[in-house]
Structures are given as structure tokens and as C-alpha cells.
Design a protein around this ligand. Structure first.
Ligand SMILES: Cc1ncc(COP(=O)(O)O)c(C=O)c1O
Length: 331
């Protein structure tokens, strides 16, 4: 037995998803002629109450295009200190986007409006870097899949609008937030000027993300995507996987969340602290814990010297979760 809990990006396409991919109608998407890509983009835009969407190969590219639609080179974005855009995109927003970042720290990745207010920098001509946007992540990966309450996001959007700045939502796992809370996608969409979403995490598609926003922002993102070498051709084959995932893999995320709570309990944590499909386990002996789990056939990932992350997903059944819980409980 091997149960792989390292990440929800490890899923393999199901037979039904592969069939949908094989049968997809395709065309050249750089010419705007791939009907399956167009269907996916329109569907996701509609779900979030936005005018348009753009298919991208990765969440990192979607984030880069989305944040870049709000923040010009030489301006700054504010985000939480362990946000994926700050920690895990290899400095792309600075290196490629030419912007700077300042962060607030909140252990569960939440919005801290007081901190944001205190950091906000208006346009002061040639003296200070101007704040152009705030970026939030829902669910928050490194904060253990924590959900950001929609009321906090609404407050943030109202504040940001008042200050004349944008809000970006990194919604790589917004599907998990929706299933955990019942908050409609459109309500999350209304909290941000631009949203990025991923099909290749909990939804189980092999690849694919989208930037979702106004027609103007998406048109500009399409040009920048091509400039970065991200113009793709008969990519409906991949968009079909995303459409299939939206039809079949959203509601089942509730199972992943239940499995995550089971694993948390096995690790001696309060399952009520687990919002979605990610469990962060504090262990002084993280490396030994990872090695011990591996011996028992359970793969888990160290995310720091004293923290281990467990992630449930489409390829972890109830039986797998129970077997993994038994191994982890012994550790
Ligand atoms: C919250 C979040 N945003 C963005 C990304 C980037 O996605 P990708 O790996 O497709 O570039 C990830 C990847 O895990 C993520 O967890």
C-alpha cells in the first residue's frame, strides 16, 4: 500500500476524464478558434460573475498575469507573508512583473485589515512605492487550507475600492472554500477585481488554470501570456479535462475534507481546526516523522524543519485515508 498525501497536484486523470480529453473538439487557440477552450473560459467567467477568463498552463502564470493586471512595474502589492505568490513563485512577480511586495503575517493566512490600512501607501510622486493592489489566497495553502470568511473579503474589497486599489484573489483552491462554506463562486468573484483559479489541484485535471476578470483585463492578459511563451494551440484537449472536472469533481471535495479531518485526529490535532483538504502537523522531528510514515507506506511532505503537510485528494479513497490514519497514529 502507498497513500500519497504530499500534494493534491499528484492526481492522475480518471478514465472518464481521459475519454473527455480524447473526444474534445479543438482548434488553434492563439487564433481564438478552440471551441473547448472558449467553452471553459466562458463557463468559469460566468461562475465568478466576470466578463471573461483566460486559460493558462499553470497557476503561477495565472497569478502573474492577474496581479500584473492590477500592479504596474515599480508599484507594490500587499499580501499575507506565507502567500503562494510571496513564497512559492520563485520571485516571478518581482523578476518578471517588476513589482515589489510587502506582507502582513497572520498564522491562518487571514485578511488583517488593520495591517493593510497601516501599510497602504498612496501615490506620493517620486518619494514612495505606491500600493496598487492587495492579494489574498482562499483557501490558503501554507496556512493549512484555511478558508477566508467571505465577510472579511467583502470588507477588504470595500476598503480597496475606497482607496482606488485592486484586489486579487488567488483561488487555486476556491473550489474547496466553496464546498466547505456553501458560499457561491459569484460571491467570491464579487470580492476581487481579478481572480485566478486552478483546475490541477483538488479538481484533478492534469494541467490548467484561469485568470478571471473584466474583458479588458483578460484581453491584456492574453497579450502578456503570448509574450511569455504561453500561447497554446489545440489546447482544448486540456480544457476538456477542466470542464469534466467542473462537472464531476467539485462536490466530491467534501470527501477530501472529511478525510483530512480523520488524518488530523490521527495526528493528535483537533479536527475542527481543519477547514478543507490540507493538514499542517507541527513536529519537532519532522524528518523522522516523514521517514517513519514512508516506511508505513504513507508519503507526506515536510514544509519546514518542524512542520509536515498532509493533503487529501481525488486519488485518496476512504479506505486509503483510514489506512494512512492508522500508520500516522502510531507515529
Ligand atoms: C495557492 C496556490 N496558488 C498558486 C499555485 C501555483 O500553481 P502551479 O503549480 O500550477 O503553478 C499553487 C500551487 O500549488 C497554490 O497552492
Amino acid at each position: 500500500m502507498t497513500v500519497d498525501l504530499r500534494s493534491d497536484t499528484l492526481t492522475r486523470p480518471t478514465d472518464a476524464m481521459r475519454k473527455a480529453m480524447a473526444e474534445a473538439a479543438v482548434g488553434d487557440d492563439v487564433y481564438g478558434e478552440d471551441p473547448t477552450v472558449i467553452e471553459l473560459q466562458q463557463r468559469v467567467a460566468g461562475m465568478f460573475g466576470k466578463e471573461d477568463a483566460l486559460f493558462t498552463p499553470t497557476g503561477s502564470m495565472a497569478n502573474l498575469l492577474a496581479v500584473g493586471s492590477l500592479v504596474e512595474p515599480g508599484q507594490e502589492v500587499l499580501c499575507e507573508a506565507s502567500a503562494h505568490i510571496a513564497r512559492a513563485e520563485l520571485g516571478a512577480h518581482g523578476a518578471v512583473g517588476g513589482l515589489t511586495m510587502r506582507t502582513w503575517r497572520e498564522p491562518r493566512g487571514q485578511v488583517d485589515l488593520e495591517a493593510i490600512r497601516s501599510m497602504f501607501a498612496p501615490d506620493m510622486g517620486p518619494f514612495f512605492v505606491r500600493t496598487a493592489a492587495v492579494s489574498v489566497e482562499n483557501t490558503h495553502n501554507f496556512a493549512g487550507g484555511a478558508v477566508l470568511p467571505v465577510a472579511d473579503l467583502e470588507q477588504l474589497r470595500a476598503y480597496a475600492t475606497g482607496m482606488g486599489i485592486g484586489v486579487h484573489l488567488d483561488g487555486a483552491r476556491i473550489w474547496n472554500a466553496h464546498v466547505a462554506t456553501g458560499v457561491p463562486f459569484a460571491a467570491y468573484g464579487a470580492c476581487a477585481v481579478v481572480v485566478s483559479v486552478c483546475l490541477s489541484k483538488g479538481l484533478g485535471a492534469p494541467v490548467g488554470s484561469l485568470v478571471v476578470g473584466s474583458a479588458e483585463a483578460v484581453a491584456a492578459a492574453r497579450v502578456r501570456r503570448k509574450r511569455m511563451g504561453g500561447g497554446m494551440r489545440q489546447v482544448g484537449i486540456l480544457a476538456a479535462a477542466g470542464l469534466h472536472a467542473l462537472d464531476h469533481h467539485v462536490e466530491r471535495l467534501a470527501d477530501d475534507h472529511a478525510h483530512a479531518r480523520l488524518l488530523a485526529e490521527a495526528c493528535g490535532l483537533d479536527p475542527a481546526t481543519v477547514d478543507t483538504n490540507i493538514v499542517v502537523v507541527p513536529r519537532d522531528d519532522a524528518a523522522a516523522f516523514v521517514a517513519g510514515a514512508r516506511e508505513g507506506g504513507v508519503l507526506v511532505a515536510p514544509v519546514g524543519p518542524t512542520t509536515v503537510r498532509l493533503v487529501t485528494h481525488l486519488d485518496v479513497s476512504r479506505q486509503d485515508a483510514e489506512a494512512a490514519a492508522a500508520v500516522l497514529a502510531r507515529l
